[in-house]
Design a protein around this ligand. Structure first.
Ligand code: GLU
Length: 424
């Protein structure tokens, strides 16, 4: 029986995470299984009120969060999301997935996440800056280069990170570059960070495709979400001569069976801020995205996209989880039964946090690496992580997701066990 107020019921992202933990528990050694409950409750969750003065002089209040799910392996790490649907249940799950992600990649971090329940598209640039600065000052006492290091996520970008760094630094009285990652390069950011998540999706996707003897050249690729992650993954698959047949973003869904010409699409988006209306493809219904004949499908937007019903309909051979938590546990089972390979979020989209780690290391050393060095180190770490997960899946006869959770939970819970429970 659980004594937690937030553990039971619902179909939210946190419940998805709990189901994933339950699936891995039977694979853990008995001494570690004793500690599994650690993962089912966030270490620390902060809810803050973020009042700001709007451009018209009125005052508006927004709800903000920072959740530190687990700090057993090091400082918290994870992005800040600005989205109108942000809520505690979601931020808890996103923080928990960061715990797993940093552990699978063996980065010396725990997992955290934050967010503000706001539609950033509806704010002016000045309002966005005020919101960011107030939110940062509200969470300043629990973040820091050795405590918890935010980064961009859905709805935030390097500029927002620059404001966060500046606000935190003002409070400290000196410049603290290492408090956030994903900053603009001239403010202590890292080369290669912006493209890192999409690059990781491509690297892990190609590696698993090779194991399945799926040729990337001429492979059909469909992508949901054309932001930082989806667009860079699309670019790299396109450069490998894959056919990008379908793209969905917040404006609609476009389809072209012989492949969308990406250079023309980027030029169009520059002008119209979305894919809808692009003349080099046909507009289809949003729901039809899930029926498209494709080899690779990349959910690169929000969680909870691949439902049971959609899992039955998918035509793809491979799902690359660019987004965090896009697949419900029951849908996972269906895809698995249908022989559709999932490269799970906790490895597939880990390129971003991996280069965030490099950024943090560079900030600490005040010594910066070349982009070639960064990409080279990123590729090596990701390839190794996929190899480890693949081997673990084969030896346990389980999915790549469960294997990733086995490797991660062994590292997290071993750290928890060795640190001991205070006061003992
Ligand atoms: N928001 C990204 C993620 O979900 C990056 C986090 C980071 O760089 O800390 O992995």
């Amino acid at each position: 029986m659980s004594n937690l107020s937030y553990a039971n019921g619902g179909n939210g992202a946190w419940q998805t995470f709990l189901a994933q933990v339950d699936r891995v528990a039977p694979y853990l050694s008995e001494d570690l299984a004793d500690y599994v409950d650690t993962l089912k409750r966030p270490k620390r969750a902060l809810i803050v009120d973020v009042p700001i003065i709007m451009d018209d002089g009125s005052i508006q209040h927004f709800e903000g969060y920072r959740v530190q799910h687990n700090l057993s392996r090091g400082p918290g790490k994870g992005g800040i999301r600005y989205h109108p649907d942000v809520e505690l249940n979601e931020v808890m799950a996103l923080a928990a997935w960061m715990t797993i992600k940093t552990a699978v990649l063996n980065l010396p971090f725990g997992g955290a996440k934050g967010g503000v329940r706001v539609d950033p598209r509806k704010l002016s640039a000045r309002e966005l800056e005020r919101l960011t600065r107030r939110f940062t000052s509200e969470i300043a006492h629990i973040i820091g280069p050795q405590k918890d290091i935010p980064a961009p996520d859905v709805g935030t970008n390097p500029n927002v990170m620059g404001w966060m760094m500046d606000t935190y630094s003002s409070g400290q009285g000196y410049t603290v570059t290492g408090v956030v990652t994903g900053k603009p390069v001239h403010l202590g950011g890292s080369l290669g960070r912006v493209k890192a998540t999409g690059r990781g999706v491509y690297i892990t996707g190609c590696q698993v495709a090779e194991k399945l003897s799926l040729n990337i050249e001429n492979a059909k690729v469909s992508i949901q979400g054309f932001g930082n992650v989806g667009s860079e993954a699309a670019n790299l698959f396109y450069l490998s001569n894959a056919k990008i047949v379908c793209i969905q973003d917040h404006t609609g869904t476009i389809f072209n069976a012989s492949g969308i010409e990406l250079n023309a699409l980027h030029a169009y988006i520059e002008q119209y801020q979305g894919v809808a209306g692009f003349e080099g493809a046909e507009r289809i219904d949003n729901e039809a995205f899930w029926d498209v004949e494709t080899d690779i499908i990349i959910p690169a937007a929000l969680e909870g996209q691949i439902t049971v019903a959609r899992a039955h309909r998918l035509k793809a051979k491979m799902v690359l989880e660019g987004a965090n938590g896009p697949t419900y546990p029951e849908a996972d089972d269906i895809l698995n039964e249908r022989g559709i390979m999932i490269v799970p979020d906790v490895i597939c989209n880990a390129g971003g946090v991996t280069v965030s780690y490099f950024e943090w290391v560079q900030d600490m050393a005040s010594y910066f690496w070349s982009e070639a060095e960064i990409n080279d180190r990123l590729d090596k770490l990701m390839v190794q992580a996929v190899e480890d997960v693949w081997t673990c899946a084969n030896s346990n006869g389980c999915t790549l997701r469960t294997a990733a959770y086995i490797l991660a939970c062994e590292r997290i819970l071993k750290a928890r066990k060795e640190r001991g429970i205070f006061p003992g």
